[in-house]
Design a protein around this ligand. Structure first.
Ligand code: PEP
Length: 252
């Protein structure tokens, strides 16, 4: 049984004061539930404020990115160790905005995944095809390459805390959600690749989140699919009411 992970990626939104207010509103709306795990990923600067608000609650804290070295001359970067120090448990690695706006490629993302484990963080490793790649019928190939390159050489122990997020780039921030069918087909493909890299039982234990315009009115149908184990939510996580409704989706 995989516990769904419902995560909010706040991207580059919210000052510390605004983040505190949003985290508080989320905390008030979300009833503790053992059948789902909730995670907030604020921008780096708001992590301490959100950590304070979430203290004593079951809601987890994560970051949106990290550097692959623990410390050093890397102006403007933040390490996994620094994130752990602030109370983060998770870190998003390879979000499509990091891949496509900041040019992060498989090799760099692989280093970040390994560094996250080293720092004691659980990476949420994002994969997903662009619209042109889907139109060219290459979505399976693209996602397989991202998985094999990004996750090469993980130990069995590391696979136990790994989370994968399938986020088709054409669905992120566009209001165009993948249908449950399309998402399930890709999630099944992701799980098959993971089984090929490790084994069926290991792949069965790895949570695969869906991300791409998840909203209160489409979350339940997505979560009803057998290989969808949670959601990575961008825009709708900036509103406590919407995010609360997404997190508390009725489970079948
Ligand atoms: C995301 O940022 O990971 C995302 C899925 O964004 P949105 O929900 O806004 O599409």
């Amino acid at each position: 049984m995989r516990t769904p992970l419902m995560a909010g990626n706040w991207k580059m939104h919210k000052t510390s004061a605004e983040a505190r207010e949003l985290a508080q509103a989320v905390r008030e709306r979300i009833a503790p539930a053992s059948d789902r795990e909730v995670l907030l990923c604020p921008p780096f600067t708001a992590i301490p404020a959100v950590a304070e608000v979430l203290s004593g609650s079951p809601i987890r804290l994560g970051a949106q990115n990290m550097h692959w070295e623990p410390k050093g001359a890397f102006t403007g970067e933040v390490s996994g160790e620094m994130l752990r120090d602030l109370g983060c448990e998770y870190v998003i690695v390879g979000h499509s905005e990091r891949r496509h706006i900041f040019g992060e490629q498989d090799e760099i993302l692989h280093r970040k995944v390994k560094a996250a484990f080293r720092a004691g963080l659980r990476p949420i490793f994002c994969v997903g095809e662009m619209l042109e790649e889907r139109d060219a019928g290459k979505e399976r190939e693209v996602v397989e390459r991202q998985l094999r390159n990004g996750l090469a050489g993980l130990t069995e122990q590391e696979t136990k805390v790994l989370v994968v997020a399938y986020e088709p780039v054409w669905a992120i921030g566009t209001g165009r959600t993948a249908t449950p069918d399309v998402a399930q087909t890709m999630h099944e493909h992701v799980r098959t690749v993971l089984a090929d890299i490790w084994s069926g039982p290991i792949a069965d234990g790895i949570r695969i989140q869906y991300g791409g315009s998840v909203k209160p009115d489409n979350v339940a149908s997505l979560m009803a699919e057998p290989d969808i184990d949670g959601a990575l939510v961008g825009g709708a996580s900036l509103d406590a009411e919407s995010f609360g409704r997404i997190v508390m989706f009725p489970s079948s």
